[in-house]
Design a protein around this ligand. Sequence first.
Ligand code: ZN
Length: 181
Amino acid sequence: MSVRPLAESGDPVLRRKAKKVRDFGPALQELVDDMVETMRVAPGLGLAAPQIGVSLRVAVIELPEEEEEEESEDRHRGKLYVICKPEIVKNWGRQEGEEGCLSVPLYVGEVTRAERVVVKAQDRHGKPFRIRGDGLMARVLQHELDHLDGKLFLDRVESLDKLYRIEPSEDEETEEDRPII
Ligand code: ZN
C-alpha cells in the first residue's frame, strides 16, 4: 500500500465523469488499498478515486469510531466501506451542515444534502450490496458520489458567504461539525 498524492481543485480529473469499473482484478485491489491508506493518512472520512487522479467509479469511506463517552447509534462507525459503481436508489429529507473536501484544502461550506440515502454498489470483488446511511454517513455518501460525477461541494454551496476559510489548527476537533470528505 502507498499514499498517493491528492488532486486539488483546478485539476481537470476532478471535473470528469469517472468511468465504470469493469475489472475487479489486481490493479483495482491495489488502487483500493492505496485509496484506503491515502484517506487514513490525510485524514478524511472518505476518498474517491478521481481525488488521486484515477477516473474510475470507486470510493472508500470510513467514519472513525465514537469516543467512548459519546453515545452513538451510527452503525457505520469504524467500518470500512469500498463502493464501486455506487448509485443512489432512494433519498429522504434534508440536512443542513458544513463540509469540506481533501481536494479543496482550507475551505468548508454550508451544503444542504438529503438526510438519508440508500446506495447500491459493488464491493471490491464485484459483489453487489446496499448501504443505508443517515446523517453524517448520508452526507459522506452523497459527497463521494458527486466526486464520481465531476462535482465538488463548492458547486453545491448556495453563495460565497456560505463558504469559509478555516485555519489549519482548527481542523482536529471539528470532525463532526466540519467533516472533511
Ligand atoms: Zn471530497
